[in-house]
Design a protein around this ligand. Structure first.
Ligand SMILES: Cc1cc2nc3c(=O)[nH]c(=O)nc-3n(C[C@H](O)[C@H](O)[C@H](O)COP(=O)(O)OP(=O)(O)OC[C@H]3O[C@@H](n4cnc5c(N)ncnc54)[C@H](O)[C@@H]3O)c2cc1C
Length: 429
């Protein structure tokens, strides 16, 4: 674990007002190196202490004029964001693959290798659908179509992509599965926020259509959990309103008419004189990531072996079919220079009123530069995340940054306080 050292105590006054940018984080990502050494997330249970000034600005400036209000007014009590209510500070790394994630199959010698990595900020959004897509490809390949259901199959990677791949293999009747991973604990997958929405990817247009289809499949899966009709999982996904600044920024419009209802124009009224014009997808899906990781792990460990092992050669696993779900590890394992880390900052909230936190908000701010000189796309999001080991009122996670090429060597700690200052500004605190 890395202990955050310095952080910002940015006042609202220190943040220049800036208009919401019209840029979703679906666009191109700068070319960066590294990522091979990134594995788990780093967490601090303390709260930051030192103070640094921000110059880039990250203040929400959605229209707040009363005359501009349009849509249903929804009253919302803001979360408690003073220092006493801020818990773990988490630094994490999204496995982004430039151009598109690698969802493909190749046969090397006698081994069918199915790649399923590089989902950026959308791994949870896509995981169940991505698993089906890649297993379909593997089973349709000439060699893959000959592999018996009781043949040894290895899934490399114990994050959400690996676990959902293993889960889908079980559903298809494979009976001799082993999951191998360098680590199973405190992964990006456990720490992720939990909004179902395709963000922070870098897909070409043709592949985006496939990603949308995969996301719609995944939505159906999580909706079953939320509605209590999924046969194996009862927790870990809920339907809650998802608020965005506009429809374009949600990434969810392709889902409307397929699995989701159209968004509504609403006004969030925080009861303190501040209101925000937003759009609401009332059938948004929140995935309680650590909770669902625990459910998945419990289900799978009863059915297969979990082996802690770093793999250096996918063809040396003594298995005719291998699923490569190694996230950022694929950079080194496959010498894939297109895989880059996108650093994210999260703060877990504690001692909240859970009923006040049963929705999700995501708004984007203008882009800037971190103290380490790295390009940062800033946003404010809040989701009702709950860690299994914490108390019932320890609900909520605030994010978040998107820093291409950010690594543990460039923690950009000041972003934690920039984030909280922006959140307070959003709520008019
Ligand atoms: C701050 C933050 C917020 C996020 N919020 C959301 C969100 O709200 N919604 C959403 O959809 N997504 C979100 N994401 C993205 C999501 O978390 C990731 O896309 C997803 O977790 C990636 O899963 P993964 O299984 O590919 O990677 P990981 O969880 O990193 O797992 C990779 C696995 O591969 C193993 N591995 C790697 N290399 C090797 C090797 N050589 N040998 C053996 N094992 C290996 C690792 O040990 C690990 O077990 C967020 C990410 C971050 C950082």
């Amino acid at each position: 674990m890395t202990q955050p050292k310095d952080s910002l105590a940015v006042t609202d006054e220190s943040l220049p007002e800036s208009a919401f940018t019209r840029r979703a984080f679906l666009g191109a990502v700068a070319v960066t190196a590294g990522g091979a050494a990134l594995a788990a997330c780093s967490t601090s249970t303390g709260t930051p202490s030192a103070s640094v000034a921000s110059t880039d600005g990250a203040s929400a400036s959605a229209s707040v004029s009363q005359s501009a209000l349009a849509g249903d007014v929804r009253h919302m009590t803001p979360p408690k964001l003073d220092t006493a209510h801020l818990g773990e500070h988490v630094l994490c790394y999204r496995p982004l693959r430039k151009g598109k994630p690698n969802l493909s199959v190749e046969t090397i010698g006698d081994t069918v290798i199915a790649h399923n990595y590089g989902h950026g900020g959308s791994g949870w959004t896509l995981a169940p659908g991505s698993a089906k897509y890649v297993i379909d490809l593997a089973e349709a390949s000439p060699k893959g179509s000959t592999i018996a259901k009781d043949a040894p199959v290895v899934v490399v990677g114990g994050g959400v992509i690996g676990l959902f791949t293993a889960y889908e293999l079980v559903q298809r009747g494979y009976s001799n599965i082993t999951v191998k991973a360098a680590s199973f604990d405190d992964l990006t997958s456990h720490n992720a926020g939990g909004l179902l929405a395709p963000v922070s990817m870098d897909n070409d247009a043709a592949f985006q259509l496939i990603v949308d289809k995969i996301g719609i499949d995944a939505y159906k899966f999580y909706a079953e959990i939320a509605h209590g009709t999924q046969k194996d999982f009862t927790k870990g996904a809920r339907i809650v309103p998802a608020y965005f600044e506009d429809r374009e920024h949600s990434g969810l419009e392709p889902y409307v008419g397929q699995v989701m209802q159209p968004a509504k124009d609403v006004v969030l009224d925080f009861g303190n004189g501040t209101t925000r014009n937003m759009v609401s997808y009332d059938d948004g899906i929140f995935m309680d990531t650590a909770v669902l990781m625990a459910e998945l792990t419990e289900y799978l460990t009863a059915k297969m072996k979990f082996v802690k092992e770093k793999i250096t050669d996918l063809t040396a696993l003594d298995s005719p079919m291998v699923f490569d779900c190694t996230g950022l590890g694929a950079s080194q394992l496959n010498h894939d220079a297109d895989v880059v880390p996108v650093q994210g900052h999260l703060i877990l909230l504690r001692d909240q009123v859970p009923a006040d936190l049963q929705s999700m908000i995501l708004v984007y701010f203008k882009e800037g530069t971190t103290s380490a000189g790295q390009h940062v796309k800033r946003s404010f999001y809040i989701f009702p995340k709950h860690l299994p080991r914490t108390g019932p009122n320890d609900v909520g996670v605030v994010g978040g940054t998107f820093i291409e090429g950010g690594t543990p060597e460039t923690p950009n700690y000041e972003e934690f306080d920039t984030m909280i200052a922006a959140a307070k500004n959003f709520y008019g605190m």
